[in-house]
Ligand binder design. Structure first.
Ligand code: FAD
Length: 468
């Protein structure tokens, strides 16, 4: 008889303590299927009080806890190690929209709410919740907050951190901190909320949040512009920000090679231009006045960009279907690259003004050390965030190339560091990058992080082996 698990069953009900091997598998394997851990059990509490009761039991029995939302994280942060000692605490049953306040423009939600569910609830209330990312059908707001997720709307609305006003958190000791305040101003001491956001479950468990809502735009327009260089793309960004201000909600860079891969693996998706260009930018405008106003702004921007020789060609989507088709090109790059074979991914950011030099210098350094490699460079240019991915040279077996991942990462991340950038712009550190990050953060920064961890979680039971 396992006393600890019996106490868990008594706390939340036996059906919600999963110990059957087959039923545990989906919670133990990461989204990219690179790693399967082991766990004593999967615990599925239904309320903050139940989370608190479980965390207390874990603290008393010294059982490490791995919080899990939708398990869509990309850095091995949401799955247990292979010791079999840990429990996975899944927030999936906590999926209630607790309250909507249309005057305060806020929504209070359980941490296990799926992102798409929140977007829909906001739309039903005539509002917009602007966080949007590829995994929105299965990731949870608790996971979005814990990874400070980015996505496609950061340029206008910021990361998840900027979209959150208050949190409810279960501490590593099993207490509930109710910080569910819908305040835009509150200078009453240390900002505990910001400490838990982006902590990847290493400081406590987020059980609820107050998130910001925005007016729904009257019109959304999408355009694809073709150009010669990333310098042109940056010039277009400056022009678009001057002309469109807060209306500019998306600015995504894609190289010709990215779109060649999409056309190769998804022949039904073709580029809307008669000839290829080295670089493309997908622009999105969200207008609070009208469709006509949005079209006027976009057309005037494109005309100026063509006249100033910043871009060579552009198409504006004339319908929702055409807009979807342009976004599909962007969203199929990752899939097309996977269809092409295994590759090495980087999720980096550098100051926007230095992107051109970063790409030029890093491309050259990689080409010298790994002749023939194929760069699949795309991303949220407006946020300085690139998916700087590397596919093996034609004819080189993927596994042989992947074996050199460490060397490739070293070149890319050293270069990122020399530009004062970040080796993880969106996805966090998890277990995947926690060793590597030590090369790039100062001793002072690492010591401060460890001090915070030690103060909040002295028994080191919250998601051990992740981040630090
Ligand atoms: C197709 C696809 C596209 C993606 N696109 C983007 C993108 O554009 N931008 C981006 O930033 N990310 C992106 N991601 C990564 C991922 O979706 C995000 O990191 C997401 O925010 C994770 O949410 P989740 O609920 O799945 O969290 P999980 O994967 O379950 O967990 C992620 C981390 O948060 C911790 N955690 C989860 N819930 C809680 C909680 N309630 N309290 C405390 N800790 C918790 C976990 O322990 C883990 O460390 C993408 C992933 C996929 C698969």
């Amino acid at each position: 008889m396992n006393n600890f698990l019996d106490l868990c069953r008594a706390a939340i009900g036996a059906p919600y303590v999963i110990t059957n091997e087959a039923d545990m598998v989906p919670y133990l394997t990461d989204w990219r299927r690179r790693f399967t851990g082991r766990a004593q059990a999967i615990l599925r509490p239904g309320s903050a009080e139940e989370v608190a009761a479980l965390v207390k039991l874990c603290s008393e029995a010294r059982v490490p806890v791995v919080p899990q939302g939708g398990n869509t994280g990309l850095v091995l942060g949401s799955v247990p190690d292979d010791s079999g000692r840990e429990v996975v605490l899944s927030l999936g049953r906590m999926n209630r929209i607790r309250a909507v306040d249309v005057i305060n423009n806020t929504m209070t939600v359980d941490a296990g709410c799926i992102l798409a569910q929140i977007q829909n609830a906001a739309a039903e209330a005539g509002r917009l919740f602007p966080l949007s990312l590829g995994a929105e059908g299965s990731c949870t707001i608790g996971g979005n907050l814990s990874t400070n997720a980015g996505g496609t709307g950061v340029l206008r609305y910021g990361n998840t951190r900027e979209l959150c006003l208050g949190l409810e958190v279960v501490t590593p000791q099993g207490e509930i901190w109710n910080g569910l305040r819908g305040l835009r101003k509150d200078n009453t001491g240390y900002d505990l909320r910001d400490l838990f956001i982006g902590a990847e479950g290493t400081l406590g468990i987020i059980t609820g949040a107050v998130i910001k809502l925005f007016p729904q735009p009257k019109a959304q327009l999408t355009a694809l512009a073709a150009m010669q260089t990333t310098d042109n793309a940056l010039a277009l960004l400056t022009l678009a920000q001057q002309r469109c201000g807060a209306t500019l909600t998306g600015f995504e860079l894609m190289s010709q090679f990215c779109l060649e891969l999409v056309a190769k693996h998804y022949p039904q998706m073709q580029l809307p231009f008669p000839q290829p260009y080295p670089q493309y930018v997908l622009l999105e405008l969200s207008d609070s006045e009208s469709e006509e106003h949005a079209m006027e702004t976009l057309e005037s921007l494109i005309t100026s960009a063509l006249e100033e020789d910043v871009i060579q060609d552009a198409v504006v989507a004339g319908s929702i279907a055409q807009s979807r088709a342009l976004w599909d090109l962007r969203e199929h790059i990752t899939l097309a690259q996977a269809d092409e074979g295994k590759n090495i991914k980087h999720d980096v950011s550098v100051p926007i003004s230095r992107i051109r030099d970063f790409i030029r210098e890093t491309d050259a350094a990689l080409a010298e050390q790994f002749p023939g490699i194929r760069m699949v460079t795309f991303g949220h240019l407006g946020d300085g965030n690139l998916h700087y991915n590397v596919s093996p040279p034609v004819g080189v077996p993927a596994d042989e190339f992947i074996n050199r991942q460490h060397e490739v990462n070293q070149v890319v991340h050293d270069s990122v560091n020399s530009y004062n950038g970040s080796i993880s712009a969106e996805h966090g550190l998890g277990a995947l990058k926690r060793e590597e990050v030590k090369q790039y953060k100062s001793d002072v920064e690492m010591r401060l992080m460890r001090t915070i961890k030690q103060a909040l979680d002295p028994l080191q039971l919250m998601n051990p082996g992740k981040v630090l």
